[in-house]
Design a protein around this ligand. Structure first.
Ligand code: F6R
Length: 305
């Protein structure tokens, strides 16, 4: 294969958007991520040397299934599904399947399916990187070490629950919210907005932090909380300048970062959540937890179904 095409809907689409960063930067393979309901109805240029990856919790989402069949009809036969249900149609229809084994998703909102999709996609990245000789054995071992550290990092982030509950108390009174992120954390911001609107019925939008000044900044006032997902990585300084723009408009920033990021942000944030320090590549898995918890506790406090 010489490229990857990821097809999915909703939350699964966002895990694909995160994986694009891994696949292009670690495995050096050109990657496209498409919303299944768009891909299936548009004319596209097929490449038979593409690995078509469908992502789905249920394995039954009609648009994703149709997009998979569409890709196959266009001559793309290298198909892999990353799916949570071993007996699903998507598993049956794909040449290869990776079962995430997250357990049954009971609520409507995909949560553990999302984090396990990310874990699967990170492993896929390492497998492709290995075949393409883009990682040395040492680099591969380092990435795997970062993955093995995840259970500890996730335990630490789950311990932030009391802080998230306090934060949700403010949030439950809001009408609107913005979520900002850059790079791998842009899809996490999109996911944070989706989760909040889906289960707490608060209008929320996710934006690439650098895009804020191109229009949406007009929405900022003291009644619009702005959640910024920004570990202290190579993009942090850029995001900090976006936070300063928000603060200058009176916007209330809730910053989710690690200790180094919180210190670097000084007093620009109204509220902070300190996530554990972790490897920058696997950080999206860790940062998705506080935003899932925020949506959950806001919904509980609002008494939404
Ligand atoms: C959001 C959510 C949905 C699903 C989407 C795709 O919380 O759960 O956006 O992610 O409907 O579903 P699957 O992954 O089953 O194909």
């Amino acid at each position: 294969i010489d490229s990857v095409l990821i097809l999915a809907c909703g939350t699964s689409y966002y895990s694909g958007c995160t994986a694009k960063f891994w696949l292009e930067s670690i495995a050096g393979i050109s990657t496209q991520v498409e919303i299944a309901s768009e891909y299936r109805y548009r004319d596209s240029v097929p490449n038979p040397r593409t690995l078509v990856v469908t992502l789905s919790q249920s394995g039954e989402t009609a648009d994703t299934m149709a997009a998979l069949k569409h890709a196959r009809n266009l001559g793309m036969t290298h198909t892999l599904t990353i799916c949570n249900v071993a007996t699903s149609s998507m598993v049956r229809e794909s040449a290869m399947a990776y079962i995430t084994r997250a357990g049954v998703e009971i609520g409507v909102a995909s949560t553990k399916a999302f984090t396990t999709q990310l874990a699967a996609l990170f492993l896929l990245t390492l497998a492709i990187a290995q075949v393409r000789q883009r990682v040395s054995p040492q680099q591969e071992a380092e990435h795997l070490r970062a993955m093995r550290h995840l259970p500890l990092a996730l335990q630490a982030v789950l311990a932030l629950e009391p802080q998230v509950i306090a934060w949700a108390q403010d949030f439950a009174r809001q009408q609107n919210a913005l979520f900002l992120g850059r790079g791998m954390h842009y899809p996490i911001a999109l996911e944070g907005a989706l989760k909040l609107k889906e289960i707490s019925y608060i209008h929320a939008e996710g934006y690439a932090a650098g895009e804020l000044k191109h229009g949406p900044i007009a929405l900022i006032d003291e009644d619009t909380p702005v959640v910024v997902v920004a570990p202290h990585d190579g993009l942090f300084e850029k995001t900090l300048s976006n936070m300063q723009e928000v603060a200058a408009r009176g916007g209330k920033i809730i910053l989710i970062s690690d200790a180094a990021g919180i210190a670097a942000a000084g007093n620009v944030a109204h509220r902070t959540i300190t996530a554990p320090a972790c490897d920058p590549f696997v950080a999206p898995l860790v940062y998705s937890i506080p935003i899932q918890l925020l949506a959950y506790y806001t919904a509980v406090l609002k008494g939404t179904d």
